[in-house]
Unconditional design. Structure first.
Length: 256
């Protein structure tokens, strides 16, 4: 299942049922999980670990050096979770010493063609990055978040779980969980109702999140004032608590 034109370093750890296409290059100190498919002309750089049952399409560049002027060749890592799909021409860089030394792509992510994940980024489970979406360094994206096509996200931004970022947006501040954001510069456009319903959020939960959203973003309160009102007026289910804590703990500031 390994094409004879593929170039694989002897130290690479290739597990069972791995498919490697023509002219792919897999360098030293890499681990490829069982059932994973590596497409033609793909480059897998050192210190990269790819989980089981991933699909990496042709011309992807995985685990390259960070594009960071503070990187001086130190050992750093990339980890890609089980079941992730990486489409054509995607680029993912390893971490840096200043960012913890590792970039992590979570399980069952879908990275569409030409997406870029820079150094020290971390994505949760079932994250979607649409075509040409670009993550600068040190970005964190929560579970089930979706980033639209041609979106650019500034370094150190955090994106909450189940958030949806519309195409061609420029994101410079944190995006809370469960919301829709879009525009240049991105602004909030309410809850991600369709996405939340598709993931079986209850009507009661959606109602409470809507109340919390209104208090934080519709009536002109400070973050501290809004958090006190949410505690007093909104049922404190786990989703409301996550929503409130994300906003209160944001060091960069949240998109409004």
């Amino acid at each position: 299942m390994i094409h004879p034109t593929a170039i694989i370093d002897p130290s690479a750890e290739i597990h069972d049922n791995v498919t490697v296409g023509p002219y792919a290059i897999i360098k030293a100190d890499t681990v490829i999980g069982s059932g994973t498919s590596i497409g033609p002309y793909t480059m897998i750089e050192p210190y990269t670990t790819i989980g089981e049952n991933c699909r990496i399409f042709q011309y992807a560049s995985i685990g390259g050096d960070p594009q960071d002027l503070k990187f001086y060749g130190e050992k750093s890592y990339l980890k890609i979770g089980r079941g992730t799909i990486i489409r054509e021409f995607v680029t993912i860089n390893r971490g840096t010493k200043n960012g913890g030394g590792i970039t992590e792509v979570g399980e069952e992510n879908y990275l569409m063609a030409y997406a870029h994940v820079a150094h020290d980024c971390k994505t949760g489970k079932q994250v979607i990055l649409a075509n040409n979406s670009t993550l600068a360094g040190h970005i964190t994206i929560g579970d089930n978040a979706t980033v639209g096509g041609l979106v650019a996200i500034h370094q150190f931004v955090n994106i909450g779980e189940f958030a949806y970022i519309g195409g061609k947006s420029a994101v410079v501040k944190d995006i809370p969980p469960y919301v829709i954001a879009a525009g240049d510069r991105a602004t909030l456009h309410g809850l991600n109702n369709v996405g939340l319903q598709r993931h079986n959020f209850s009507k009661s939960t959606l109602k409470q999140l809507k109340k919390a959203y209104r208090i934080f973003f519709r009536i002109g309160l400070t973050v501290n004032q809004a958090s006190e009102r949410v505690k007093a007026e909104v049922d404190q289910g786990p989703e409301v608590t996550k929503f409130m804590n994300f906003i209160v703990k944001s060091s960069r500031g949240v998109t409004r």
